[in-house]
Design a protein around this ligand. Structure first.
Ligand SMILES: [Fe+2]
Length: 232
């Protein structure tokens, strides 16, 4: 049995000084520890990487950074996404997320973003190189989509990404409809495009594993899929 690290005496705010953030990470830990890999060796090893890095981070009682809280237009849908999440299979995560909602820093990540997508998409990190829980080996966060959104095709170089559906219905590459509790793995370089249902917002938790230098500078870019038509 391990004990919690000793309280800090140097004035640094650490994870155990912010119990709501610790409990949110416990929810991530439970999802990646207790859920099923569905028989997939690739998903099993990804789940283990996430929980090993998360466990090591929690045990180290890292510093809490304090990014400036920020909203985006899509966060007008956040309350509905949490409400739906609290009624379903991911209620523990949705409730834990509600307790830190005032401290979340919602961002776009892309230098270039269409006006339409800027209205319907944003993400917030909860753990990573920039905080709020400081960690160099793993990024955890949430992405929020308005109803009836298309998140254009993209891939992640050197980064292995998993989504866990918290609320709403969505599809990736037109392959299936995912419901709360579903886990989707996107390996490095895998091109993916997301669409969301037309009645309610969609909230996904995500985890990124990759080399520390890449996690520090993910270089997010949407894939150019529309080429100029050649005159016939
Ligand atoms: Fe992605």
């Amino acid at each position: 049995m391990t004990s919690l690290p000793a309280p800090t005496t140097d004035g640094t705010v650490r994870l155990t000084d912010r119990p709501n953030w610790l409990y949110l990470l416990r929810e991530f830990d439970a999802l990646y520890r207790l859920g099923s890999a569905g028989g997939s060796a690739a998903i099993r090893s990804h789940r283990k990487r996430v929980r090993d890095r998360l466990s090591a981070t929690i045990a180290a009682n890292p510093a809490m950074l304090a990014p400036e809280p920020a909203e985006k237009p899509v966060t007008a849908h956040f309350a509905r996404a949490l409400d739906l999440g609290e009624r379903g299979a991911m209620q523990g995560m949705a409730r834990a997320l509600r307790e830190v909602r005032d401290d979340l820093s919602w961002e776009y990540g892309y230098e270039k973003l269409s006006r339409a997508l800027a209205q319907k998409y944003a993400y917030c990190e909860v753990l990573g190189p920039k905080g709020p829980v400081q960690c160099d080996t793993l990024i955890l966060g949430f992405v929020l989509f308005a109803p009836n959104t298309t998140y254009p095709q993209h891939s992640h170089t050197d980064i292995e990404e998993s989504y866990i559906s918290i609320s709403g219905a969505w599809s990736e590459n037109n392959a299936a409809v995912f419901a709360p509790g579903s886990l989707i793995l996107n390996r490095s370089g895998h091109e993916h495009r997301i669409t969301t249902g037309d009645r309610d917002p969609c909230l996904l938790a995500y985890a990124w594993c990759g080399p520390e230098a890449r996690l520090a500078a993910p270089d997010m870019k949407l894939t150019a899929t529309r080429k100029a038509r050649q005159p016939s």
